[in-house]
Design a protein around this ligand. Structure first.
Ligand code: MG
Length: 350
């Protein structure tokens, strides 16, 4: 199969555009196969994909975690990441939050006609790089092209399977009165980085997204016997949404200490400038852990071994009341209620 005739079949009009993704007119089956065989499959390099079958055949013993997410971030590239690394890390992190070792991912690509092949190649290389970094395999996928103007460059859907390695159930139902709340690092970088890239703001000190895989630090907590009751990554809606969701599901109160929540100076000033509460700003490489008091110090120590966890800190505790609610004590000692935002502070952030 030669690369030179790649777009001839997909675009029968006078001059085939060899640099962009084309809608498959008429003989679309062949054109799509070429897009997949020449661009997508070689980028992912997995023997399961190379079999060219309808699905991946996996040999996995349970119990398993299974999750799926779609990524529509705008712009496609931002400081610290891009839609490809985000699509892998986001799903890998959801598996990790279930106490699972991420094993296999599917990658569904939805491409807009006219997307440059160079952009596609860059995103696929980054997708593959993120998978290699976590040791997860991209074993199945799908590619669709839609009409120009009907979407925004590209969207990605990933689904992931992981093997549960935690000895007991990790989730809101396992949160206990007296548990300590630990955040794995400073918050708010991803949301501010994407917003700055989208709006063209240049900060004096550029803020990079925290987009990163969290499986390694989470597996270390489990391997080292930390009684990990609940984990939640702080994605859309930030720390506030994650804490409120867990308070509501567990029926317990979460009391946060504002002074203890790590936020870098750059994110703090950006939030002041734009009127954002950093508790609501999205992250893509941060999580909170609920562990018993006696494991708290060791949890922080383990997390700090990783660059992604170097600012890990104890930020609060689980109390009895107000049931199902989150509060945050400010610098003057006054406790305020923390809630989710009714809408989205920054749409298309992930
Ligand atoms: Mg999540």
């Amino acid at each position: 199969m030669t690369r030179t005739n790649f777009f001839d079949l997909s675009c029968p009009s006078p001059v085939p555009d060899r640099e962009t993704v084309q809608l498959a007119h008429g003989g679309g089956g062949r054109a799509m196969k070429q897009l997949i065989d020449e661009i997508v499959r070689p980028a992912f390099q997995d023997p399961e994909l190379d079999r060219g079958h309808d699905g991946a055949l996996l040999d996995v013993n349970g119990p398993l975690a299974f999750t799926s997410d779609s990524y529509v971030v705008r712009p496609l590239f931002f400081p610290g990441g891009d839609i490809g690394s985000l699509a892998v890390n986001g799903t890998v992190n959801d598996l990790a939050m279930c106490g699972a070792r991420p094993l296999y991912l599917s990658v569904g690509l939805i491409l807009e006609e006219g997307l440059s092949i160079d952009t596609l190649r860059r995103v696929l290389a980054s997708t593959r790089g993120a998978a290699v970094a976590t040791g997860v395999r991209l074993v199945t996928g799908d590619t669709k092209v839609v009409d120009r103007g009907k979407m925004d460059g590209m969207f990605i859907n990933t689904a992931g399977v992981g093997k549960i390695v935690a000895p007991s159930k990790i989730g809101p139902e396992s949160v206990r009165l007296g548990d300590v709340v630990i955040v794995s690092g400073d918050i708010g970088r991803h949301g501010i980085a994407v917003m700055a890239a989208r709006e063209g703001f240049g900060f004096e000190t550029p803020i990079a997204s925290d987009c990163a895989p969290l499986a390694a630090p989470v597996l270390a907590l489990i391997n080292e016997g930390i009684a990990t009751h609940c984990l939640r990554d702080l994605t859309r809606g930030g720390l506030a949404s994650a804490a409120v969701e867990i308070a509501e599901s567990s029926g317990l109160a979460i009391a946060l200490e504002e002074q203890a929540i790590p936020i870098c100076a750059e994110v703090k000033s950006a939030c002041e400038l734009f009127g954002f509460d950093p508790l609501h700003v999205a992250n893509e490489g941060r999580f909170i852990a609920f562990v018993p008091q006696e494991d708290a110090a060791r949890t922080v120590e383990i997390l700090r071994r990783w660059p992604v966890g170097k600012n890990a800190a104890i930020i609060g505790a689980v109390e009895e009341s107000p049931r199902g609610r989150v509060t945050c004590r400010g610098p003057l000692g006054v406790r305020r209620a923390v809630d989710m935002l009714s809408g989205e502070q920054l749409p298309r952030i992930c």
